[in-house]
Design a protein. Structure first.
Length: 385
């Protein structure tokens, strides 16, 4: 098949090792996996991209090579934040249309975030358009998405729960993300402390993770990217808690992608008291691939990813917000703390079995091969319509 793929002009494809950009990371892995299976894959991407497929480059360097992260972090005008990236993305989409006009493809794969960014261009491809949704939505975003939708668009959710945020969108399939497992070595024993990583924003629950560590007297390593829009949150709310933890909690900065598996392997468990409806949770499968079980609130797609009692423990967010009949009966942070202590007090062989179950769960359900196979099926099906 001939597949043309587009994601974002924020970074190169794949993104730099010191940048967190899940959709560019996943779209690059998928494109390379499809190319390895013999498909002709063309990736429309920023100048300097090294994704191992054919490439069509934008006319510019990626946004974050033109605007520095420091400049971005210091920008207070939210309106300007939204508008600065616009010409970079439009430039990329225009290159997509040029490529389609020059030769025939079987399918176009959009990884647009937000999804409505790619829809006006999808109207002009004349081809089956597959849209993978990487985030959530609001009623207003959904209305705009519906306004530009066309019959030749096929929407892929990255979890079943994600569909709830797009209640009227005609989804075609759910396909979970997959990992290159060769980059995530399995650690059978693990370490003594807890770990947390990801975007250091309020929604991810980093403050709650630090508070749990302090209340339990357990060590916690925190790694991640401090986003400019929430730098004040991290500096003013999270760091004071870390500084008063008597050394229990350590912030180690952002760890490069190729080294992140070592970070997970050091953990007794991955602590994830998230505060939003996570559409998937790439960090969850990364942790489990390394053998480290997860303790998390049962929000969003987390119950689809974590097997309660087998690869970690799920906790209901509050008494008023019950998501399931999990093994841990307490709710909120009290439930999170009970789950943490449950793992710490597991008999050694039960804990080692939990680590093995984590790896096996990822191998069975979240490998790059599984993801590629499922997208391959979708592309073949829609190209015949």
């Amino acid at each position: 098949m001939k597949i043309i793929t587009i994601c974002s002009n924020e970074y190169t494809a794949p993104p730099p090792e010191d940048a967190i950009h899940a959709s560019l990371y996943i779209s690059s892995l998928l494109a390379e996996g499809l190319a390895k299976k013999g498909h002709r894959v063309v990736f429309v991407c920023a100048q300097g991209s090294t994704v191992k497929t054919e490439k069509v480059f934008s006319t510019t360097k990626p946004f974050f090579e033109v605007v520095t992260k420091k400049e971005w972090d210091e920008l207070q005008d939210m309106r300007l934040r939204a508008q600065l990236i616009f010409p970079f993305e439009v430039d990329l989409y225009l290159k997509l249309l040029e490529a389609i006009q020059s030769e025939r493809f079987d399918v176009v794969h959009f990884h647009a975030t937000p999804v409505f960014m790619g829809l006006p261009f999808g109207k002009r491809t004349g081809l089956p358009n597959v849209f993978t949704l990487h985030g959530g939505s609001t009623p207003l975003e959904l209305r705009v998405t519906e306004r530009f939708n066309e019959p030749n668009n096929y929407f892929i959710s990255i979890s079943d729960h994600q569909r709830k945020e797009f209640p009227r969108l005609p989804f075609f399939r759910t396909i979970y993300h997959g990992l290159p497992l060769e980059n995530f070595a399995f650690e059978p024993k693990g370490g003594d402390g807890m770990v947390f990583c990801g975007r250091l924003i309020r929604a991810k629950g980093v403050l709650e993770a630090v508070q749990v560590a302090k209340r339990l007297g357990r060590r916690l390593l925190v790694s991640g990217d401090i986003r400019g829009s929430q730098k004040n949150y991290f500096d003013e709310e999270v760091m004071p808690e870390i500084k008063t933890s008597a050394g229990l909690v350590k912030f180690v900065g952002l760890i490069e992608r190729l080294k992140i598996s070592q970070f997970y392997r050091r953990g007794k468990l991955f602590l994830f008291p998230l505060q939003w409806e996570e559409p998937f949770g790439l960090i969850l499968i990364e942790s489990m691939a390394s053998g480290t079980p997860v303790v998390a609130f049962a929000r969003g797609a987390v119950p689809e990813v974590i097997k309660d009692g087998q690869t970690g423990f799920l906790v209901n967010p509050s008494k008023a917000d019950i998501r399931g009949n999990w093994q841990i009966k307490k709710t909120g942070l009290e439930g999170i703390m009970e789950a943490v202590e449950r793992i710490y007090h597991l008999p050694e062989e039960e804990y080692l079995q939990m680590r093995r179950a984590c790896r096996e769960h990822v191998e069975k359900n979240f490998s790059i091969e599984k993801m590629v196979e499922r997208y391959e099926e979708v592309f073949k099906e829609v190209s015949k319509r």
